[in-house]
Structure formats: C-alpha cells, structure tokens
Design a protein around this ligand. Structure first.
Ligand code: ADP
Ligand code: ASP
Ligand code: MG
Length: 451
C-alpha cells in the first residue's frame, strides 16, 4: 500500500488530472491511496470570496464563486465530455457552488468572517477536486472510490490550523479506507480538510495536503508516501529564488524537516513527523516529468556539509532584556509560558547573559505577547526580518562549512544566529530584503552552478 498525493498544479486542469491518472495507473499493483489538493489557486480564490463577503462586497464575492464554477465545469467537461454521467457529476459540482454562494451571502449579512467560516469556505476546494478526480479515474478505467476526508481526518477545533487526532484517524482509516484497498479499489480523498468530533469542517493549515497524505500513510502503515508536485523533488534551494538549484536525490528526514519548517514550501512542515515514527520513506516527484528520479527522504542519506538552503520572510524578533533576572531560575520558563499562553510558536531562540531573543512567524497576537513579556523586562520588537536556514548533517563538522557559510554572507547584516540542538541547521536572521541575495550567495558557495 502506498499513498500518492497530488498537489494543486498536478490537478490544476484536465491535462494535469490526466497525467496524474496515468501515474496512478502505473502504480495499481502497489495499492495506491490517492490524496488530492484543490485545483491550483482554488484555495486562495475561496479564501478571497470569504474575505470579500465579510466586507460586504457580495457582488465581487459571487463573481469569484462563478469564476470558480466556470473553471471546474470547464475542466469537468474536458475530462468527461457530454454524457449523462458527466451531467450528473457537473450537477454535483454545481450544487457545491450553490452552497458556496449561500455561504458568501450569509457571511456578507453577518459582515464578518471567523476562522471557522473560512475553513468551511476553503474546504470546498478539496471537496470539488476529489469529486472530479474520482469521476475521471472511474471514466478512464481506474476503479476509484470517493472518500470524504472529513470522515477520516478528525481534528481538534483550532480552525485554520487544526491538530489531527492521530489515534482516531488510524481507527477511521482502518474502518473506511482499508476495506476499499482490500477490495482492490482506489480510495480518492481530498487533503487539507478534516472535521471535529462533532462534525464541523476544519483545515490543517495552508499546504496541509502533504500532511494529510502522511497521516493516512502512517495510519495504515503504508510502504511509501509519494508527494507529486511541480518541481523535480527537493532541491538545493527554492528554484524560484535560485535558477541553478539542483535535485537532492536522497535526504535525511531531519534535514527535510528543518528545510520544510524554514521555508521549503515543497513540503508542509508537519509531513515528516508521522512518516518518521514508522520509518515510512517519503518521495517527492514531478508530475510533469514522472520519469525523473525524484527525492527520497529516509533515515539514511549521504552525510553532506550542506544539503540545501531555505529561507522565509515576514519574521518578527522579540528581545526581552532583564539584567538581573535572566539567569535566575525559571526565567526562561516564564518567557516560554507566555508564548504558549498566547498560542504563538517560536522558531529560533538565542540567549545572552542579559537577554533572550526569539523569532515568531505569526505576529497576530503580538500585542498580547508584549503586555505579558513587559512584565518580565524591557522588550523590543523588530519586524520585517527574514530567516535563512543552512541545513546539512555535516554543517558542524571540522571541514569548516559553518565558517564558509558566514564568509559567503559577506556584507549581509546578521541580527541573530542559532545552531539547532541537533547540529544540522544553522539559522541566521537578516533583514528580509537581504534573504534572496543571501540565499544566492550561500548557494553559489556550496553548490556553484550559477545562481
Ligand atoms: P503543491 O501545490 O504541489 O503542493 P507547492 O507550491 O506547495 O506545490 O510546493 C512546490 C513549490 O515549492 C515549488 O514550485 C518551489 O517553488 C517551492 N520550493 C521551495 N523550496 C523548495 C526546495 N528546496 N525544493 C523544491 N521546491 C521548493
Ligand atoms: N489547497 C490547500 C492550500 O492551497 C492545501 C494544499 O494544497 O496542500 O493550501
Ligand atoms: Mg504544497
């Protein structure tokens, strides 16, 4: 049994869905379970509909719904042609757009939107794509069966970033998905979406379909989890930033996990953990070039000084300075309790004799954090910073990779620096404007090949 996940571009239009069907057909002997994202761009469009409705721009919102309806129905037509069965599927998809339009109207009457209603809105992307993909698979002779992801992926109620309940998911996957596989059919489900125990729709956070795939893979102890996307695999840097980024054929779980957490969007940061628990290899392939080697993520991979470089912007640094208290017993615990209480996760930490600096990605609770932190000492805030992660199992080796990295950064001003406890990730915090040039310099230093 393997899990095969197709991202937004891999199901973005009829041609992409046809390519994905051929990839699945080539794997029928391995009992694939298929997880699909929404059609590329659909989630953004749905969230925009939600925001517009809440602002009272109902006409614009409904126009957004109709644009999405046209797109889905056109692709449905391209895939299924004009038959009675195709009409039935088109009718089902259209009914979902009617529901969306009603939701938009309700939000515009209310005049505000909550994370819960945004999840309801966004979830249509995967409901639509999984219905369409199932219908096409059946049409082209793949014995597919639609699974409503919300019956399997039970989560807590932290809307837009819901925490999956892995035990329940395992039970559900065994009850709902496994019998389909056992009977020789191909389950097809949407990624990203789930529901609370009381049946309210949730999502796992942006890019969460990768996470859904690995949760299902772990729940059923699959042999492999395949992530099909629009690049050849995990590369030495984001190819949008570094043109000469190179394919990494094998990478360690922990390296891939650090890269995903620090901006390598090719993988949702939570994807690795469920796979690691059971040692299930994760593969990344390009659905436009299925013959490519792809990337294999496992425990054993070559030990390199640097495997890849990732980066992200929009990072905030908070510095707490408390001359006498810092080294006092319990001070750091109090600092971190404040972040926990305000449900804000910390990415990078550095301490000195008198201060502790942390970076956060999500500054939505900044005001509350500041009120609490000021009770502990002086607090300063630096916005518009970026993080660069230089990841490699051998970054700390005697070979001098760390020195080379810092030399390569040259004039780039560094505000904070930290080495992960595992010694595989050197993170430097810079001005967000210098993230791209810094990544290019580092890439040139370690991989050459033109940046
Ligand atoms: P999908 O819709 O298939 O999930 P995503 O857009 O989420 O695809 O992720 C693929 C994108 O990740 C690529 O197009 C690429 O620009 C970006 N990316 C960022 N860092 C890397 C990296 N190190 N290796 C490969 N791709 C990366
Ligand atoms: N469709 C969702 C998103 O765009 C989930 C995913 O593609 O992984 O975030
Ligand atoms: Mg993705």
């Amino acid at each position: 049994m393997i899990v095969v996940k197709f991202g937004g571009t891999s199901v973005g239009d009829a041609d992409a869905i046809k390519r994905s069907a051929e990839i699945v057909r080539g794997r029928l002997d391995r009992s694939p379970i298929v997880v699909v994202s929404a059609l590329g761009g659909a989630t953004n469009a749905l969230l925009a509909v939600g925001e517009q409705s809440a602002k009272g721009h109902l006409i614009g919102a409904l126009r957004g719904v109709e644009t999405l309806r046209d797109r889905h129905l056109t692709e449905c037509d391209n895939l299924l042609g004009k038959t009675a069965e195709a009409d039935e599927i088109a009718g089902e998809l259209s009914a979902m757009f009617d529901e969306l339009a009603h939701l938009a109207e309700a939000l515009s009457t209310l005049g505000h939107v909550t994370p819960r209603s945004l999840d309801a809105m966004a979830s249509y992307g995967e409901q639509l794509s999984s219905s369409l993909v199932t219908a096409y698979f059946k049409r082209c002779g793949i014995d597919a069966e639609y699974v409503d992801a919300r019956d399997v992926m039970v989560t807590d109620n932290r809307f837009m970033e819901a925490e999956p309940q892995t035990e329940t998911i395992s039970v559900n996957a065994r009850e709902i998905i496994y019998p389909i596989v056992q009977s020789g059919r191909i389950p097809v489900m949407g990624g990203f979406i789930g529901s609370t125990t009381s049946g309210i729709t949730t999502t796992l956070g942006r890019g969460g379909s990768d996470y859904s795939a690995s949760l299902v893979g772990a729940a059923l102890n699959a042999e492999a989890i395949e992530i099909w996307t629009d690049v050849d695999g995990m590369l030495t840097a984001d190819p949008r930033v570094v043109k000469g980024a190179q394919l990494i054929e094998q990478i360690r779980f922990d390296e891939a996990s650090e890269l995903a957490s620090f901006g390598a969007k090719v993988l949702h940061p939570n994807t690795i953990a469920p796979a690691v628990r059971l040692g299930i290899p994760v593969f990344i392939y390009n659905s436009r070039r299925p013959e490519g080697k792809g990337t294999r993520i496992t425990f054993d991979a070559p030990h390199r000084p640097v495997s890849a470089i990732a980066g992200k912007t929009d990072v905030t640094i908070l510095k707490v300075t408390a001359a006498r208290m810092l080294l006092a017993h319990g001070f750091l615990r109090r600092v971190f309790e404040i972040f926990e209480r305000n449900q804000t996760s910390v990415d990078v930490v550095a301490t000195s004799e008198v201060s502790v600096s942390v970076t956060i990605d999500d500054a939505t609770r900044l005001d509350a954090l500041l009120v609490d932190l000021r009770a502990l000492g002086d607090v300063s805030v630096e916005r518009n910073r970026g993080i660069i992660a230089i990841v490699g199992a051998g970054i700390c080796d005697a070979g001098g990779a760390m020195g080379r990295a810092l030399m390569a950064l040259g004039e780039v001003k560094i505000y904070m620096m930290s080495l992960s406890a595992t010694g595989i990730n050197l993170t430097v915090i810079v001005n967000q404007d210098t993230v791209v040039p810094a990544i290019k310099r580092l890439h040139e230093e370690f991989f050459g090949g033109g940046s």
